[in-house]
Every structure is written in structure tokens, then in C-alpha cells.
Design a protein around this ligand. Structure first.
Ligand SMILES: [Fe+2]
Length: 188
């Protein structure tokens, strides 16, 4: 008789949190006036969506179901994401997506459980790498918005409320990312 995996709670927590993340980034992407920010938020929303599903799928393969957990703060965060009064820069700050903290992140502890099976380990490894990449991209986007607001981008003709494109997302790569995000959305 196989016993319940000790890391089931971790998988469940990720599945639930990523579902909330999908709603939040989708809602934000729908209202941002900045095309580059929207492209990034759509990418992040797709990642969150896929994480939620793949963790739910793994939980199912292990013989269990996702136990949904109430997140009382989520409706308010989604309302913040949908706000047309707040700028994107302000939303980054409200969501704590400024990435100022140095050192180990929460994912470092994920592999402390020495019993994690290979398939779950693969999923966790990809998930962690993707989350860290998302963090780097969001940080670059926030830094770009901040720099633009502080006038270091030279785009002083913009209205104060219209967030300028983040510096690191204005290359041709951001165009590629936009179209690949769009094609992923179509094929989804
Ligand atoms: Fe996430």
C-alpha cells in the first residue's frame, strides 16, 4: 500500500496559488495601456495557468485531487489589478513585485523533502526555473517603468500617467515575445 506523499501539501499550495496568479495577471494585462507591459503580463498569466494545471494533473496522477483553499485577499488584489487609476508602476509596488530583496527565495526550500519522486521533481524544477525567470522579467519591467518615470529614459513628452515602455522590453525581442505569446494564446 503506497502512503500519502509528504509533498502533496506543497503541490496543492502551488496549484492553488498559481490559479490566483493567473486571474490576477490576466486582469492586469486587460487594462494596462502599455503594450510591452501587456505582453509580459500575458506571458506570466499563461505560465501561471499552465503551472496550476500541471500541478493539478500531477496531484491527480498521484491519486489525489486539488483541495481548493480560500484566499480572502484575492478579490481585492484582482480589483487592484483591474484599476485604471493606478499606474503599472504603482501596481508592481502594491503587489510587492519590486524584487529588492537579496538572497535565497522561497523556492530554495522546495527540495528539502528528500522523498520527492522523479516526475514530481522534474515538474518542480521546471516550475522553479520558470518562476525565477518570471521574477527577473518582472523586475526588469518594473525597473524600466521606474526609470521612465524618473526621466532617465529621455521620454519626457509622455503624460505623467502614461507609463512609458520598460527599457528592457523595447528591443525587437519584445516584439517576438508579443507574437509568441499571442500564438500561444491562440493555440491554447
Ligand atoms: Fe507563479
Amino acid at each position: 500500500m503506497s502512503s500519502k506523499p509528504t509533498y502533496l501539501g506543497l503541490l496543492n499550495a502551488v496549484a492553488v496559488a498559481e490559479l490566483g496568479g493567473e486571474s490576477l495577471f490576466k486582469a492586469w494585462a486587460a487594462v494596462t495601456p502599455n503594450e510591452d507591459v501587456r505582453a509580459l503580463l500575458q506571458t506570466v498569466a499563461l505560465r501561471e495557468a499552465e503551472h496550476a494545471r500541471s500541478f493539478a494533473k500531477r496531484i491527480d496522477e498521484l491519486g489525489y485531487s486539488v483541495l481548493s483553499k480560500d484566499d480572502p485577499g484575492l478579490p481585492e488584489r484582482i480589483a487592484t489589478a483591474k484599476s485604471k487609476k493606478l499606474t503599472d508602476r504603482e501596481k508592481f509596488e502594491k503587489f510587492g513585485l519590486t524584487y529588492r530583496r537579496k538572497g535565497a527565495d522561497i523556492f530554495t526550500r522546495f527540495f528539502n523533502d528528500m522523498t520527492i519522486d522523479i516526475q514530481t521533481g522534474e515538474l518542480l524544477g521546471r516550475y522553479i526555473s520558470e518562476e525565477r525567470d518570471t521574477g527577473r522579467r518582472l523586475k526588469a519591467c518594473y525597473d524600466g517603468l521606474l526609470a521612465a518615470e524618473n526621466g532617465s529614459s529621455g521620454k519626457s513628452t509622455k503624460a505623467p500617467n502614461a507609463p512609458a515602455p520598460p527599457k528592457k522590453l523595447t528591443s525587437s525581442r519584445s516584439v517576438k515575445r508579443t507574437s509568441s505569446a499571442a500564438s500561444r494564446a491562440k493555440s491554447a
